[in-house]
Design a protein around this ligand. Sequence first.
Ligand SMILES: Cc1cc2nc3c(=O)[nH]c(=O)nc-3n(C[C@H](O)[C@H](O)[C@H](O)COP(=O)(O)OP(=O)(O)OC[C@H]3O[C@@H](n4cnc5c(N)ncnc54)[C@H](O)[C@@H]3O)c2cc1C
Length: 221
Amino acid sequence: MAGLAAALALAPSFDRVLLLEADTPQDCWQGSAADVAQAPGQPRRGVSQYRFMHALLARGATELEALCPGYLAQLQAAGANMTDYYQDLRFGTPAGPFARVTQSSQPLPIVQASRHLLEHTLRRFVQQHPKVTVMYGAAAAGLVFEGGDSSRRVVGVQLAGGGEVRGDLVVAAAGRRVKLPGWLQAGGWPAAPVTSVSANTAYTTWFLRMPPEVEASLPYS
Ligand SMILES: Cc1cc2nc3c(=O)[nH]c(=O)nc-3n(C[C@H](O)[C@H](O)[C@H](O)COP(=O)(O)OP(=O)(O)OC[C@H]3O[C@@H](n4cnc5c(N)ncnc54)[C@H](O)[C@@H]3O)c2cc1C
């Protein structure tokens, strides 16, 4: 998501943008969330949560709509739930339900959709952009540097399969597996300080098919 959004945000300022994506598209990427849910194996090696429900929070939705006018309407047309955090969501824990905000001056919009739908819809804007090219199956394996100690700068990316691509600006958007700190160290920069905090939280989701009468009786989405 960050890579797709960064490509669209940079495109007005550059002659062309090249997006490197390690994964190769599978047929189900072009289909619905149901196609992805039923696809055998792991539909997206680089994004383990690709099948899962995501909540696109209000600020993210606002920013993506500004970047890609019509994004939210396309999500809704494809079946995304446009909900209000206060009215439509409930959180339960073994210790009981979360307290709810029952009075709010304005709604807090949340788009509920699979990660696939959020990403696939954004990808269409990228694919239609005349300045952006996507290279699939192209894993970045390091950076290309130029210059001596005091003037050393990043001028490109090494590809895992060999070869390199050059660019005026390199953006690393490989998610939590990003290897940027090590790559910069390989170029002579000192290790970045790391602060690590464990949230001590595990996360599991699964698909449930509710009888229609049960779904209709729920006071939330
Ligand atoms: C079960 C689960 C549920 C979640 N629910 C929510 C939610 O409800 N709302 C929310 O906001 N967030 C949620 N998140 C978090 C959210 O999915 C991540 O924060 C988000 O995916 C991060 O986006 P990203 O673009 O930074 O990285 P990623 O989504 O990880 O994308 C990284 C991309 O880089 C590619 N890549 C990786 N390495 C390389 C390489 N070397 N070269 C080229 N390409 C590479 C990958 O294939 C991938 O396409 C959830 C996460 C999980 C695990």
